[in-house]
Write a protein that binds this ligand. Structure first.
Ligand code: UDP
Length: 292
């Protein structure tokens, strides 16, 4: 199910040939009815790029709160396992580094990012309440920065922004002085971690992300290298409440799931740039713009 406000049905196009695949163009904040049995519900619905959730603040709050409530209600009714896609944004602009699951975070509830952070924190609280009160079999994954093929070139996050700019030979827009850090995980590693968590018995949140941390300036330079671009770097104002550091402590995932990321940044970037090059060749430079 997807209402496609930030997604693209082209990303699942090849699955339509599979008779076990079914797609519903629907908003999960409204009542969800599904006939028959449901083994599991994986609730990933939400804008996830800061630019998207600043443009869609009410939808972001609604999908994290009402959408999670509806999805949990369905899990309860169908007695299905439920997994919530939560986020490292629960830690806000963290005062503890790296972030382990027992850190409660430093979130500004009334800042512009609060619409995403607080919706996801509420979603975690709601998931635990359904687990404790209704005995729903729940899982919570806290996803850290992720990248890879099928992102929208213009979704505003650092990786697609830098890649689109590098490939068009336009200046790479680094926000602030670029000294803020992030830790980027390749999508295949993330999916494997989430699948292991789904199949485990752990009901408290688990961080899934890559602990290899770098500054955003270093990240922009890595994108220039992999694309072979000679585009310059330009500095733009830092968004409000942009976290200064971020790195997952993945001790829990290592111990519990035997999981750690295996794709090196250079490999992951190479696979991603190959995808973006092919997409640009196919769709032209406007590809990835919302609604296209
Ligand atoms: N960023 C940047 N230039 C861009 C987009 C993002 O310098 O064009 C920075 C942003 O300020 C943040 C980091 O890159 O410090 C990661 O941003 P992103 O939007 O990917 O996700 P976030 O980690 O902030 O949720």
């Amino acid at each position: 199910m997807d209402n496609l406000i930030t997604g693209d049905v082209k990303n699942v196009e090849e699955l339509f040939e599979n008779r076990w695949f079914h797609f519903e163009h629907r908003d999960v904040t409204e009542y969800i009815h599904v006939g028959g049995r449901l083994d599991g519900i994986l609730h990933f619905a939400s804008p996830a790029s800061p630019i998207d959730y600043l443009e869609l603040p009410i939808q972001t709050l609604k999908v994290g709160s009402l959408g999670t409530h509806k999805a949990l209600g369905l899990a309860h009714a169908k007695r299905s396992r439920f997994l919530l896609a939560s986020t490292s944004e629960c830690y806000g602009d963290p005062l503890v580094h790296p972030q382990s699951e027992d850190y409660w975070g430093n979130v500004n509830p009334v800042g512009p990012r609060g619409v995403y952070d607080e919706a996801k924190r509420f979603a975690e609280a709601m998931t635990m309440a359904y687990h404790r009160f209704h005995k729903v079999d729940t899982r919570i994954v806290r996803i850290f920065n992720t990248y890879g093929p099928r992102m929208r070139l213009r979704d505003g996050r650092a990786l697609p922004a830098f890649m689109g700019q590098a490939l068009a030979n336009e200046p790479l827009t680094v926000f602030g002085d670029g000294s803020q850090t992030r830790s980027f995980c390749y999508v295949d590693d993330l999916v494997e971690g989430i699948w292991r968590l789904y199949n485990s018995a752990e009901t408290l949140p688990v961080n899934i992300g890559n602990p290899s941390e770098m500054t955003i300036l270093q990240f922009a330079e890595a994108v220039l290298k992999v694309t072979g671009s000679t585009a310059p770097i330009t500095f733009k104002p830092l968004p409000v409440d942009d976290p200064k550091v971020r790195r997952p402590d993945i001790t829990k995932a290592r111990k519990l799931l035997g999981w750690e990321p295996s794709v090196a940044l250079a490999d992951g970037l190479k696979r991603t740039v190959d995808y973006f090059r092919a997409k640009l060749a196919l769709d032209g430079p406007a590809s990835g713009r919302r609604g296209s």
